[in-house]
Design a protein around this ligand. Structure first.
Ligand SMILES: [Zn+2]
Length: 156
């Protein structure tokens, strides 16, 4: 089955890593594998909500408005990985999706991220909707931030 990796890239300031959290929502635009029509809107799903497709389970099931094919997406169990600071910033995989009949095209970052500063200070429910975030680290008495967040999908 086609596995797609969601990769992030960002400039981190005094920040060690960015992590996903349990139940976090993934907001993605897909293209149909059969007719290649792109979904007009982003589809939102998370690993906690399951739906039955055929004999299996999926976290998102959607029927193509154009060709009528039923497609589904499953968040790969235990595929979450932290985005760790690197210089220069590089794309790194943070989660994997098993996509049947549809291919992820565009990802829109949302809320629920867990960010850890270099001092060990942890920030919960960080919102990356604007592709950046700034705060203050009281342990190291310095600013912390995430800038120029970019994303891409890589077929495994
Ligand atoms: Zn289609």
């Amino acid at each position: 089955m086609p596995i797609f990796e969601l990769q992030l890239k960002a400039s981190l300031e005094n920040t060690a890593k960015i992590q996903t959290s349990k139940g976090m929502f993934w907001k993605i635009r897909f293209a149909c594998s059969s007719c290649h029509e792109m979904s007009a809107q982003y589809m939102e799903f998370n690993a906690d909500e399951e739906t039955d497709v055929g004999r299996g389970k999926a976290n998102l099931a959607s029927k193509c408005h154009f060709c009528g094919r039923v497609r589904s997406v499953l968040v790969m169990p235990k595929s979450e990985q932290a985005y760790v600071a690197s210089e220069p910033p590089a794309f790194s995989t943070i989660i994997k999706f098993d996509c049947r009949g549809m291919e992820p095209v565009e990802y829109a970052p949302g809320e629920g991220w867990v960010v850890e500063a270099e001092s060990g200070e942890v920030y919960l429910d960080v919102d990356l909707t604007e592709c950046e975030w700034v705060d203050y680290d009281s342990r190291n008495q310095c600013p912390v931030g995430i800038y120029c967040l970019e994303s891409q999908f890589q077929k495994e």
